[in-house]
Write a protein that binds this ligand. Structure first.
Ligand SMILES: NC(=O)c1ccc[n+]([C@@H]2O[C@H](COP(=O)([O-])OP(=O)(O)OC[C@H]3O[C@@H](n4cnc5c(N)ncnc54)[C@H](OP(=O)(O)O)[C@@H]3O)[C@@H](O)[C@H]2O)c1
Length: 212
């Protein structure tokens, strides 16, 4: 399978991708634009990066409508406000959970999110759990709208998820030395959560990806 030649066109599709402003999310968004979807919502914090991306897509794929959903994923209320005010579409075919921070991120060391969770777990998993919760009714409605709707949730994780076998939300309320494994736990949580989605929502194709 060669994405540039084998991926089908996405005509009429509505896409939401977290972390579209840089790195993997940015590359994914640019590739998706070549497949002619109708609209792409993308999130991030950087307004400058979003503006540059919108200008690039306007030249590359002028028919694709981009919407920047600015949010700080260390703050659950920011996510809720951003999605409820900026995402107004009645359909959503594809959600890609790509935003993240990694263990090497200096901010990740000894810091909690604004909601008081360890930062890796907070951004990589809990923030995405809220994104999914807010968008799930639209995903389900879209999936039920026609048999060929082909609605998908794609969650990015990392091979280090294998270094964890449990996640303790209570423990994630504080930073301790034993929490050195927090990045792995956040990636493990993403895998387990998306498996649960696959089991509970059969009309949605839930896929977990190792992008490395
Ligand atoms: N890169 C790799 O080699 C690799 C390997 C294995 C797995 N992965 C996984 O692939 C995914 C993408 O990784 P990546 O390295 O390409 O990108 P990344 O550096 O993990 O993510 C960057 C994106 O996340 C957004 N982001 C980060 N913190 C945020 C926050 N607090 N609030 C809102 N947005 C935030 C950034 O937006 P702003 O800068 O605009 O805020 C940016 O768009 C992750 O889930 C990672 O675990 C990556």
């Amino acid at each position: 399978f060669t994405p540039s030649t084998d991926a089908p066109k996405l005509l009429g599709r509505i896409i939401f991708i977290t972390g579209g402003t840089s790195a993997t999310g940015h590359s994914t968004l640019l590739h998706l634009c070549t497949l002619s979807p109708a609209e792409i919502y993308f999130s991030g914090r950087s307004h400058a990066a979003a503006t540059a991306l919108i200008a690039r897509v306007a030249a590359l794929a002028p028919s694709v409508v981009l919407h920047f959903v600015q949010m700080d994923m260390t703050d659950l209320s920011s996510i809720k406000t951003a999605i409820t005010t900026k995402f107004r579409n009645i359909r959503l075919h594809l959600l890609i959970c790509c935003a993240g921070i990694n263990a090497k991120d200096t901010l990740a060391i000894n810091s909690l999110t604004k909601n008081g969770y360890e930062r890796n777990l907070g951004v990589n998993h809990l923030a995405h759990a809220l994104v999914l919760k807010l968008l799930l009714p639209t995903l389900l409605r879209t999936a039920a709208s026609r048999p060929s709707a082909d609605v998908r949730v794609v969650v990015l994780t990392c091979p280090q998820f294998r270094n964890a076998s449990t996640v303790s939300l209570a423990k994630a309320r504080s930073i301790t030395a034993e929490y050195a494994n927090s990045y792995a736990e956040s990636r493990f949580a993403a895998v387990v959560y998306n498996c649960a989605l696959a089991v509970r929502c059969r009309k949605i194709t839930a896929v977990t990806v190792l992008p490395g």
